[in-house]
Design a protein around this ligand. Structure first.
Ligand code: APR
Length: 280
């Protein structure tokens, strides 16, 4: 539970950018995954694909839901960080200028939760795909659970909470694995350090790289995102070469056109999808 500090009831969080897939004909189909449970612990080291098995280009687009079973809160839905709190008061440059201590407290609190969390079976299953395939993780998450599970090509389009940066020069960064950011902590340029995350109104990162990978992907897995924040919400429509598009979430406002929707949690479905793609 978030301390009451972050549960001040004002109005609801900032209205998300309109879903650009409005009005699309959608197909929501569940595909019965095998019932075998795949144990990811101790899986053998990387195996090179046998000649008849193709190396696939796989992109996994993740959101807060993939880290929910590691104990990290999502933003929307039950227990969400934006429930009862206006994101403008915590996740914008204006909020930081207006009340830097409140913003630093919010991210220090979240960073402590990330430190105490462990990657879950879904993070590990995504990482295990690298044993046979070329995998890129495009994540909206600022936590480092994909990396700690073993993923090696992770694009954090909304930044990284385990890093701080100068509030004046974004390229001046400091790793924050084991400490909080305090008022008075300065970067090399003498400016106050701030979380190295992308706030509302700031520029999303790795857009070109993310879209290039998604457009080239043979398989596309979307997991744990409400698809309510642009431009990432639009990226699901760019997987034009993917032979299979799968979305994993317990609920969805709309299933994007052309996706198989596996209704349920990440730790239930992602290991099964990964196992199938490892054996493809
Ligand atoms: N497994 C899979 N999905 C889950 C699970 C779970 N165990 N629990 C919740 N979900 C789903 C929810 O149903 C929801 O669709 O994860 C999604 C989380 O949605 P959001 O909370 O909106 O998170 P996200 O989509 O990542 O938000 C995008 O919004 O505020 C910004 O910068 C913030 O990166 C964030 C962005």
């Amino acid at each position: 539970m978030l301390p009451c500090l972050f549960r001040r009831g004002i109005t609801s969080a900032r209205a998300p950018v309109p879903d650009r897939s409005q009005g699309r004909h959608i197909v929501a189909s569940g595909r019965a995954e095998g019932r075998r449970r795949f144990q990811w612990e101790g899986r053998s080291k990387p195996v090179s694909p046998s000649p008849e098995k193709k190396l696939l280009k796989i992109v996994v687009l993740s959101g807060a839901g993939i880290s929910a079973e590691s104990g990290l809160p999502t933003f929307r839905g039950a227990g969400g960080l934006w429930n009862g709190v206006r994101a403008e008061t915590l996740a914008t440059p204006e909020a930081f200028a207006d009340d830097p201590q409140r913003v630093l407290d919010f991210y220090n609190f979240r960073r402590t939760m990330v430190r105490d969390a462990e990657p879950n079976a879904a993070h590990r299953a995504v990482a295990a795909l690298e044993q046979r395939h070329q995998v890129t993780v495009v994540t909206q998450n600022v936590d480092d659970l994909h990396e700690r599970a073993g993923s090696t090509d992770v694009l954090h389009v909304h930044g990284e909470i385990m890093t701080a940066r100068s509030s004046r020069t974004p390229s001046l960064k400091v790793a924050m694995q084991d400490r909080d950011i305090r008022l008075g902590d300065l970067a090399e340029d003498g400016a106050q350090l701030r979380p190295d995350v992308v706030w509302f109104g700031e520029t999303v990162r790795h857009i070109d790289d993310s879209l290039d990978r998604i457009r080239a992907a043979d398989r596309f897995l979307v997991v744990g995102t409400s698809l309510q924040v642009w431009p990432v919400a639009d990226w699901v429509h760019h997987a034009v070469n993917a032979g299979e598009r799968v979305i994993v979430a317990p609920e969805l406002a709309r299933c994007p056109d052309g996706f198989d929707w596996l209704r349920g949690n990440a730790c239930e479905h992602v290991p099964r999808v990964a196992e199938r793609w490892l054996d493809a």
